[in-house]
Design a protein around this ligand. Sequence first.
Ligand SMILES: [Zn+2]
Ligand SMILES: [Zn+2]
Length: 157
Amino acid sequence: MSRLPSFPIQGGCACGAIRYELRAPPIAVYTCHCADCQTLTASAFSMAMPVLRKDFQITQGEPATWLRKAKSGTVIPQRFCPDCGTRVFTEPPGGPHSLIIRPGTLDDTSWLHPVSAFWVSSAQPWVTFDDDVLLYETQPTDFAPVMKAWKAWVNTP
Ligand SMILES: [Zn+2]
Ligand SMILES: [Zn+2]
């Protein structure tokens, strides 16, 4: 686990009203280059860090919620700071035990290493990927290879 920080770790929104704590390592870290993520981040791609819900706690503030309707029709609650608008985490449907932290909100982002990239088909043309990044043209139907790639990266001495 030498590539991970020691837990718990903390993060929060841009204005500091929302603070959270993560008590155990994440399940994976990946990027998503879909058109929605480009709009949601007002940038080129999003970074995602799924974690177990039991390991995550809001320690300050009350996030506001926006219900995002994906193209598939799935409704995905987005939790953001009502003051500064920073999207802090997302609650994916079908994942009652997990949620997705937007890891750019961590106090220390230096250790983050996306092992996979989703929706490479709509990535900005100047975005490049390392050879060892697991690429998906769209959304992976099976998340297991992403978790496996994350474990492999974490356990590489
Ligand atoms: Zn804020
Ligand atoms: Zn996306």
